[in-house]
Design a protein around this ligand. Structure first.
Ligand code: ZN
Length: 390
């Protein structure tokens, strides 16, 4: 014991029990590891707990004042204070828990649960990010009792049945002798204290359900099922305990044009047979077109782009446009894959039929034999290869 215990608590040697209790309570609120995460605070808390343990016990205090070992024959109690939870200490002041030596009263204040809500966004909003207002229904701290559960002007009082311990001893006689077991006190449900006049707003729970509006920032690149975490925006716990987290799960609405695969976008364009044979240039909308308002020259974002269709393009051909997909959550951007579907004309008038017959004759295609290929898949593979070679 290098330091003077009275100095540790900041009280003088003649301080009465009440002054010592108050001093310790004030320091515990400041240094308990549950409220102060600093490593030095933990050490300091141990010291003040030991000081309090000695000075609050008349026997130990007298031994200490005589210069002796206050823990003589007790098996050593130094540092035990660090094992108390903050709530244990606070409850000890209300009810003198620990006298029965059990696990002590259970805290009224507990951490709240996490909450999960679904948020549907458009594909472009998921791709480029968006800030949205969301409504959430969760338990929030009761503003009438500030979580204590007691009506204004009243406070929880120690349970008379268990004298604040939260547990009562049950003694059973058997042929082996008496068997003592500790059970949670039925009168206070193990809390060690009773709320004589519960808060009317929250019925003593310390929290009420409430609908709030939150602003949530959805980062660019989120995908279906991505969960955005909002720390401390979940359910407030019983007794006004710290809130859990809120998770916003992203669901992307189907897009009329684009389908998303990872960070790539896929779309299909249909072309008349003649355009596929002769080649053409198509103007396609970008995904940016969904979010950009105003002139392209002002925003610098392209709302459309030209896609060149080479002469002789086959149905099923794919064209990959690098960097026109969805931005990734960790940077980079996926590709846009355009699949061309060539449409065979259906309602031909007599003149059109005649022209096609002439074309067929010129190409010596009047009586095609048809070529049997191993499988559909390899046929498309061959088409793609041919397409990419041009
Ligand atoms: Zn309340």
């Amino acid at each position: 014991m290098s330091q003077d215990l009275y100095e540790l608590l900041g009280v003088d040697r003649g301080a009465d029990a009440d002054t010592i209790k108050k001093a310790y309570r004030r320091l515990a609120r400041q240094y308990h590891p549950d409220v102060n995460p600093e490593p030095e605070a933990q050490e300091r808390f141990k010291e003040i707990s030991v000081a309090y343990e000695v000075l609050s016990d008349p026997g130990k205090r007298a031994a200490y004042d005589r210069g002796g070992d206050p823990f003589g024959g007790m098996g050593g109690g130094f540092g035990q204070g660090a094992g108390f939870s903050f709530t244990d200490i606070m409850d000890a002041f209300f009810g003198g828990a620990g006298a029965t030596g059990g696990r002590g009263p259970r805290p009224r204040e507990r951490r709240g649960q996490d909450a999960l809500i679904r948020l549907e966004v458009e594909l472009a909003e998921a791709a480029f990010g968006i800030t949205r207002e969301i409504k959430v229904d969760t338990a929030v701290l009761c503003s009438t009792c500030h979580g204590e559960g007691a009506a204004p002007g009243s406070h929880p009082i120690p349970c008379e049945t268990c004298r604040g311990a939260g547990e009562v001893a049950h003694v059973q006689r058997s042929f082996l002798g008496e068997i003592r077991t500790l059970r949670p006190c039925a009168a206070c449900r193990g809390y060690g204290s009773i709320i004589p006049d519960p808060c009317r707003e929250c019925s003593g729970d310390g929290r009420i359900r409430s609908r709030r509006t939150l602003t949530v920032k959805i980062p660019a690149g989120v995908d279906n099922g991505t969960r955005v975490q909002l720390t401390g925006e979940g359910e407030v716990g019983p007794g006004g305990g710290p809130a859990g987290d809120l998770y916003v799960e992203i669901h992307i609405a189907p897009h009329p044009t684009f389908t998303r695969h990872g960070n790539d976008l896929h779309c299909t364009v249909t072309l008349p047979m003649t355009a596929a044979a002769l080649g053409t240039t198509l103007t396609l909308p970008t995904l940016e077109a969904d979010v950009v308002e105003g002139d392209e020259s002002e925003t610098g974002l392209e709302q459309s782009f030209d896609l060149d269709i080479r002469p002789g393009t086959q149905s099923g051909a794919e064209q990959v446009l690098r960097g026109r997909g969805v931005p990734g959550l960790r940077g980079g951007r996926g590709d846009l894959v355009v699949t061309v579907v060539v449409e065979t004309p259906t309602k031909l008038d007599p003149r059109q039929q005649e022209l096609l017959r002439q074309l067929a004759a010129l190409r010596e295609e009047e009586a095609p034999s048809g070529q049997v290929r191993p499988s559909q898949k390899s046929m498309f593979g061959r088409i793609r290869d041919a397409f990419n070679q041009h």
